[in-house]
Design a protein around this ligand. Sequence first.
Ligand SMILES: [Zn+2]
Ligand SMILES: [Zn+2]
Length: 128
Amino acid sequence: MAYGIRPSLPRVEVMLYLLEHRTHPNVDTIYKDLLPKIPSLSKTTVYNTVQRLSEKGAILRLTIDEKNVCFDGISEPHPHFLCKKCGKIYDLNFVPKANIQLDFSEHLIDEVSLYYRGICKECLEKMK
Ligand SMILES: [Zn+2]
Ligand SMILES: [Zn+2]
């Protein structure tokens, strides 16, 4: 095989899964959904895989839900919204405010989190 690099099947599958499922799944969900496809998969493998992918900046690790670390296949920082009723995590469209100027000159920033919490439009609809 070229250069002796063996592509790790779980890593490829987890990456593809995250790109296809923009629902910000946690390790349990990724594991459950991939198991029929990769019967030899273990939860530890999924855990280690997402950990490594997020350390490399290939995916985002979200801590918007304190009880549940979630992952996002889009690694470009973007704002997230957590519904406190149904627990779903949504991507928010970023509308930059022209006047906000942050001074990043003194720090090395390697992680950006923009978290919003509230009640999503689906739950608001149900409450009517
Ligand atoms: Zn909701
Ligand atoms: Zn996202």
